[in-house]
Design a protein around this ligand. Structure first.
Ligand code: GUN
Length: 285
């Protein structure tokens, strides 16, 4: 079997086309969707992600800016800025790029963002709403995965799904979304015994472990849908996911590549969340 490739880049491009009309309608109502991204420190990967987020907004006529702070900034300085942005009517979305340096309490920073501007969906109020099945903002990466599955005609109802990874950013919200969609969900992680046994039963595998080529073809049920959330840099400088793509494509039914899979969808869903925030403010939803 050769798996069908789920082309995240193409799905993302189609979705972004539809966003322009929504941005234009908002502009006519005097509401230009605006996202502020806060970056603390100079982590090279975070710098690339933040640049792509800001450019993604600008490309569809939204406003976006990056606020940069040195790695040793006092948390109070960032908290004060977040308070200012919370009451700035031209800002619809606020995102603090993670991870933060050790002097920060990440949860304290995330809780300081006004829930109605929390386009990452990381505020406790938004996490709770998602778990209750009434989401306001869905975290961008798992939201993107759900949209890719929808676009690929995958019916999640009754599926056995295995999520590998239990982070607040991907694994936990991914599990909640799959439950809400009617799948039977197992969450595996670094302490899971017999991981291979769980994965072998899965109709859907979402890999978010952060280890290159962690998922191998022997682990998979033939025909399984395989979603690769990982982005790892190999010693030769090339990018590689958490799934051994070339080998797994011979066993899977559908599979996402890296790059060109989940990555483009994450930023697309950030744009969607920011537009939604502006639409709510304008009374359009
Ligand atoms: N770091 C890695 N992924 C994310 C994300 O989705 N949002 C934020 N804020 N930081 C991240």
């Amino acid at each position: 079997m050769t798996a069908q490739i789920i082309d995240g880049k193409a799905i993302a491009a189609t979705m972004r086309q539809t966003f322009k009309a929504r941005v234009d309608l908002l502009a006519q109502r005097g509401e230009r969707p605006g996202l502020v991204v806060i970056l603390v420190g100079a982590d090279p990967a975070s710098q690339v992600y933040v640049r792509n987020k800001v450019n993604g907004c600008l490309a569809i006529g939204m406003h976006s800016e990056k606020l940069e702070y040195p790695a040793d900034v006092a948390p109070q300085v960032v908290l004060k800025k977040i308070a200012e942005l919370n009451s700035d009517a031209s800002v619809h979305g606020i995102l603090v790029q993670l991870p933060l340096p050790p002097q920060f309490n990440e949860q304290e920073i995330l809780e300081a963002i006004a829930p109605e501007k929390d386009v990452d969906g990381f505020h406790a109020e938004n996490v709770g709403a998602l778990l209750q099945g009434k989401p306001r903002f869905i975290p961008c990466t798992p939201y993107g995965v759900i949209k890719m599955l929808e676009a690929s005609g995958v019916d999640l109802v009754g599926m056995d799904a295995v999520v590998i990874g239990r982070s607040n950013i991907v694994g936990k919200p991914m599990a909640a979304l799959l439950i809400n969609a009617g799948a039977t969900v197992t969450v595996c992680h670094s302490k899971t015994k017999n991981l291979a046994e769980h994965v072998a039963r899965a109709d859907l595998v979402v890999a978010a472990v952060g280890r290159a080529k962690f998922v191998t073809p022997e682990m998979l049920k033939p025909g399984a849908v395989v979603i690769d959330v990982g982005i790892n840099r190999l010693p030769d400088g090339t990018l590689c996911g958490d799934v051994d793509f070339a080998a797994c494509a011979a066993v899977a039914g559908q599979i996402t590549p890296v790059p060109g899979g989940v990555g483009p969808m994450t930023i697309t869903m950030l744009l969607a969340n920011t537009i939604e925030a502006a639409e709510r403010k304008a009374g359009l939803r």
